[in-house]
Design a binder for this molecule. Structure first.
Ligand code: ADP
Ligand code: 5GP
Length: 185
């Protein structure tokens, strides 16, 4: 790819380290614009409305979907998540670098509607390490962890659909590799 990709999608199983990598990357490169999704999930401790997510009710999500306000949306492990369309299109129009951190279903939908998007898969060094990270994060109940691990098996099997795979062994290394893929450095 010779041109700078304007839209990059980062996906990968829950607990692999997507949020950690993106936060690390944006500390030094805040010019990479990260889309803030809407979700029906309840906030984790420390998560802020409008920063990590727009936390919405089921009814509000129904409206966002019905009004066509989401670029894509999906149900993941019992909650709905969606990307606000207007904000993404505005940023792309003004020439900014846009990053979406969304699940496999969302990545597939973006590929369909915006084939120029670059799809990046973040993989764990091993299955055992993924389980360790997801469990170690301590933010989900055991039954939710089970649902997320079931989804992870499906996501890992779809890795070949992505343009590039990065293995999250080191947060610093992966953040650097992602910046290079976005042609930021
Ligand atoms: P995701 O956003 O993909 O669900 P998180 O960013 O919340 O995942 O990371 C899950 C857990 O794994 C967190 O506790 C985080 O600190 C840890 N983690 C992330 N990247 C690494 C890494 N490279 N090595 C070790 N632990 C990591
Ligand atoms: P979490 O609840 O751990 O924050 O996110 C669960 C999953 O939902 C992750 O794979 C995350 O990337 C994905 N996700 C977050 N926002 C969106 C979105 O707007 N659309 C889709 N399809 N998935 C999302």
């Amino acid at each position: 790819m010779s041109e700078r990709p304007r839209l990059t999608v980062l996906s990968g199983p829950s607990g692999v380290g997507k949020s950690t990598v993106v936060a690390h990357m944006r500390k030094e490169h805040p010019e990479v614009w990260l889309s803030v999704s809407a979700t029906t999930r309840k906030p984790r401790p420390g998560e802020k409305h409008g920063v990590h997510y727009f936390f919405v009710t089921d009814e509000e999500m129904d409206k966002l979907i019905a009004n066509g306000e989401l670029l894509e949306w999906a149900e993941f492990a019992g909650n709905r998540y969606g990307t606000p369309r207007r904000a993404v299109l505005d940023r792309l129009e003004s020439g900014e670098l846009v990053l979406l951190e969304i699940d496999l279903q969302g990545a597939r939908l973006v590929r369909e509607s915006m084939p120029e998007a670059q799809l990046v898969f973040l993989a764990p060094p091993s299955w055992e390490e993924l389980v360790r990270r997801l469990t170690g994060r301590g933010t989900e109940a055991p039954e939710v962890i089970e649902r997320r691990l079931a989804a992870a098996k499906i996501e890992l099997a779809a890795e070949a659909e992505f343009d590039t795979t990065l293995v999250n062994t080191s947060v610093e290394d992966v953040a650097r590799e992602l910046l290079a893929l976005m042609r930021v450095v």
